[in-house]
Design a protein around this ligand. Structure first.
Ligand code: PHE
Length: 518
């Protein structure tokens, strides 16, 4: 405030040593005073109320001995003062020591002699002059109050030699008005608030400067859920094996794509309400491609392509029902149907998101192109939930379409794939799937549980499924599907799925779960 008031009247303060700080005992020019002033200057500077320049000076400060001399006089002066006038009985060296102390007597005697202040008389000393000027004390007093000596460098050097003063680097300042100069120090605002914006008070507020050096508050970023980490890892394996990811955004499918296209009989138990979630609004799908729909209906009802079919009446209603897909094979079927477009003589290149595979250059006349496709996405089943079952979970699915594939190709592909996932010991067991023949259940040896665990299901897709799509007879398609949750649980040592998925999931666990590498 003193600085601001001074600036208000003088506009600049040329020398901060001229400031008299009220309540401070040391003189304005002293080192301590300048330190205090510097603190104030910096705080005003941060508000841009002032600017200042620093000047370096070397000043002198008194040593404790110097301070004592300012108070009591120099040793020689005290020796002189202790002695009697000439003509009186002299004071012995012993008594002198008693009077002024050992140190002062020793140093002071010599200096007093040299200045001709005292004289020897008999065994003792007397005053040689009737009055003296204690220059040492005067000089030190001058130094103490002003920081300098008019007498100059020679006298200073002498006092330094006598260890009565010490040199000290000091600073003083020239102060100017700053951009935000004002005589009142407002507490600067640290935040721009809604209130300030609505009232307009921000226009008159001063804001504290940002400190870009300050450490920020640690932020918590997003974290991938363990299931998604495993998904990323599995996706990586597919990609390095040259697979393409299928679009699988269609959680809602029709009975046609989820079941009929896959030659799942319309009376199959999997289609029943207790296994599948059906939609009530809207409850029916748009009609599927009509020619293809006819062919699928025919193979179900009457057979064809060397099959006798199911020989049960076809239900449009069943086929058009909307449902939450029970497996990602619904998406695979739709992709395979697209893949076969050229074979059907359709020109839907622009629509076909399946790109040509490397080695697929031998496009033959029938328009078939080999494909390796995969998907990892969510499926829904009307399950009773328990420690290992959810109504919503993820399926991993791989599908390969090429000419003359065999079951050995399927097994070889699975061995390669699962080895990359860390499962070296596999077994396959014949199984039944409406859409594959032969079908294989996949088992992997679990080294910790020390038993074979079922990990998935696979097979060669049936001609009843592929032929209506338009694939040439030598084209075989095989595929397999596994759940994503099971390997994730094994990976993270979780034995209850509900600690991983659902409202009991701990966000902290999700954030802290390590990355997965198979
Ligand atoms: N869709 C099968 C399932 O839900 C998995 C599978 C995919 C089987 C592809 C064969 C071929 O278990």
């Amino acid at each position: 405030q003193l600085i601001l008031d001074t600036l208000d009247t003088q506009s600049t303060l040329p020398d901060s040593r001229a400031l008299k700080i009220p309540g401070q005992s040391s003189p304005a020019s002293s080192h301590d005073a300048q330190i205090t002033i510097l603190g104030a200057l910096n705080s005003l500077l941060s508000r841009e109320m002032i600017t200042y320049e620093t000047h370096e000076v070397s000043s002198h400060v008194l040593t404790p001995e110097g301070v004592q001399i300012v108070r009591e006089g120099s040793h020689e002066a005290r020796v002189w003062a202790a002695l009697p006038e000439r003509g009186s009985a002299p004071l012995s060296a012993q008594d002198l020591k008693k009077a002024v102390g050992d140190e002062a007597a020793k140093v002071g005697q010599g200096r007093a002699f040299k200045s001709g202040w005292i004289a020897k008389e008999g065994n003792g000393f007397v005053k040689a002059v009737s009055n003296i000027t204690d220059t040492t004390q005067i000089e030190l007093r001058e130094l103490e109050s002003s920081g300098t000596l008019v007498a100059g460098e020679k006298a200073l050097a002498e006092l330094r030699k006598r260890k009565l003063i010490m040199q000290r680097k000091g600073q003083w300042f020239t102060v100017h008005k700053g951009a935000n100069f004002s005589t009142s120090i407002a507490k600067p605002e640290t935040d721009l608030t809604v209130d300030m914006l609505t009232s307009g008070s921000w226009k008159k507020s001063t804001f504290k400067k940002y400190n870009f050096e300050a450490d920020g508050i640690p932020t918590s970023g997003g974290a991938l859920h363990p299931i998604l980490k495993v998904r990323e890892e599995i996706r990586g394996i597919f990609l390095e094996m040259g697979f393409e990811e299928m679009p699988t955004g269609t959680f809602v499918e029709s009975g046609f794509w989820c079941f009929d296209a896959l030659f799942v009989p319309q009376l199959h138990p999997a289609r029943e309400l207790q296994d599948t979630f059906y939609l009530s609004d809207p409850s029916t799908s748009l009609p599927p491609p009509s020619d293809y729909y006819e062919r699928v209906a025919r193979v179900h009802e009457h057979g064809g392509y060397d099959s006798i079919g199911y020989r049960t009446p076809w239900s449009h209603e069943e086929s058009h029902k909307l449902l939450l897909r029970t497996h990602t094979t619904a998406s695979s079927a739709a992709m395979l149907y697209k893949l076969a477009a050229k074979c059907r003589g359709e020109d839907i290149d622009g629509d076909l998101s399946v790109k040509s595979q490397p080695g697929a250059a031998n496009l033959s006349d029938d328009g078939f192109r080999p494909a390796k496709l995969f998907s990892i996405d969510r499926v829904f089943r009307n399950e009773t939930m328990d420690a290992t079952h959810l109504a919503e979970f993820h399926q991993v699915e791989g599908v390969v379409a090429d000419r003359n594939l065999t079951l050995a190709d399927l097994i070889g592909f699975m061995r390669t794939f699962f080895r990359k996932m860390g499962m070296k010991n596999l077994r396959f067991k014949p199984a039944y799937n409406p859409y594959t023949e032969p079908s294989l259940e996949i088992f992997a040896w679990h080294p910790l549980l020390e038993k074979w665990v079922e990990i998935g299901n696979s097979g060669m897709f049936r001609p009843e499924m592929l032929a209506p799509m338009g694939f040439p007879p030598d084209v075989r398609v095989h595929g397999w599907g596994i759940g994503l949750e099971r390997p994730t649980m094994i990976r993270y040592g979780v034995n209850n799925i509900r600690t991983l998925v659902g409202h009991k999931t701990s966000i902290e666990n999700v954030e802290n779960s390590p990355a997965v590498m198979f």
